[in-house]
Design a protein around this ligand. Structure first.
Ligand SMILES: Nc1nc2c(ncn2[C@@H]2O[C@H](COP(=O)(O)OP(=O)(O)OP(=O)(O)O)[C@@H](O)[C@H]2O)c(=O)[nH]1
Ligand SMILES: [Mg+2]
Length: 344
């Protein structure tokens, strides 16, 4: 299972009330106010950890609830602070606040066909980065604070303040410089394997890749480029054919898109493949369609069919850069690598 978008409920802890009480001891007449302060409520915090791969933990338990602060006590004792809860998220998690206040309300709105309004409040990308999703309430002050020259026995105290809470939406958008887009079996995963040390599953059947994989392309000078391999996209992906087009979210951050095509033309005509893929990307997001893109002409080792197809492709897309390679033999991979570092 792979979860890349999920709705969660988060609630911080309330502040504890201050206490109004008086010191009562033998031989201490009129002991004066001694009500302690309430403790602060715990916060709900999100923390980026590369140890988590996706958002599945929130699928099983979509709640982050911190504990309340305890009330103040006699003898000026401070109530205990509530515990902060820390929810781990993978790098690349975008956080949205919704206009629903409870999960029930959110599902009800959904059922009624009413759209949840989402406002982006954070984009968590760096390892260890934290974000306070809901702030805990402050503890109230006890009556000791309210003593004055004229009122030595105040019965006033503060109540703790309310905690923040709400329904939030977490969306994972992998952090990669370049994204591979292509039909199933075009050789995207093979290419990622040839470019990086990643070992994505490669097979001769469609939809081998079921979830996004990222690989790091390293150069001798230690510069790096992160490439994302996503499941294959087919015609009608926007209508949920194949694995749908939701996975495109993972290449939204990419500076360049690499359109991988099987140049043998045995399964699909290369020109049509590019046209269909461009259409599907546009249907998903105009913003994504505006990203710079190049064509990776793969399987050039099958020369008899690939070479004539390459000439046709060049004629049809004269303005688009086309890089011929073979992910299988490694031909053209070095040239692609250097180009990748210029583009991404
Ligand atoms: N001849 C030849 N075969 C290749 C080349 N690249 C990939 N293949 C083969 O094409 C098939 C599909 O490769 P994958 O890398 O799994 O393709 P994919 O695009 O990741 O496919 P999905 O994950 O299903 O979308 C496998 O049988 C590969 O061995 C190549 O350059 N030349
Ligand atoms: Mg694959």
């Amino acid at each position: 299972m792979f979860v890349d978008h999920i709705r969660i409920y988060a609630k911080a802890g309330k502040g504890g009330n201050g206490l109004a009480s008086f010191r009562r001891e033998k031989f201490v007449p009129r002991g004066g106010p001694d009500g302690g302060d309430g403790g602060d409520g715990g916060d709900v915090v999100l923390e980026v950890s590369s140890g988590v791969n996706d958002l599945r933990q929130y699928f099983f338990d979509p709640k982050l609830v911190a504990t309340d602060g305890m009330p103040g006590m006699h003898a000026l004792k401070h109530g205990r602070n509530g515990k902060t809860v820390v929810g781990k998220v993978p790098p690349g998690t975008i956080v949205y606040r919704s206009n629903a206040t409870t999960m029930q309300e959110a599902s009800w709105m959904e059922k009624e066909g009413e759209e949840l309004q989402l406002e982006q409040i954070a984009d968590l990308t760096e390892e260890g980065q934290t974000f306070v999703l809901c702030e805990g309430g402050k503890g109230g002050r006890g009556n000791w604070h309210f003593r004055t020259a004229t009122d030595r026995a105040p019965t006033v105290f503060e109540t703790g303040t309310e905690a923040q809470s709400g329904v939030f939406f977490l969306e994972l958008r992998r952090i990669a410089d370049a994204g591979l887009v292509g039909y199933p079996n075009a050789g995207k995963s093979s290419l990622l394997g040839a470019l990086s040390r990643a070992t994505p599953k490669v097979a001769a059947y469609p939809f081998t890749t079921l979830q996004p994989v990222v690989g790091v392309v390293q150069r001798d000078d230690y510069t790096r480029c992160v490439v994302a391999d996503i499941p294959g996209i087919i015609e009608g992906a926007s209508r949920n054919r194949g694995l749908g087009h939701e996975f495109l979210r993972h290449i939204m951050r990419c500076k360049v898109l690499l359109f991988v095509v099987d140049m043998t033309g045995l399964e699909h005509d290369p020109v049509e493949a590019i046209q269909t893929l461009r259409t599907e990307i546009k249907l998903y997001s105009e913003e994504l369609a505006a990203h710079p893109w190049v064509i990776i002409a793969n399987k050039m080792d099958i020369t008899e069919t690939a070479e004539p197809n390459l000439s046709i492709l060049r004629q049809r897309f004269p303005k688009i850069e086309i890089l011929p390679i073979s992910a299988l033999t490694g031909a053209g991979i070095d040239a692609l690598k250097s180009r990748l570092f210029e583009l991404a």
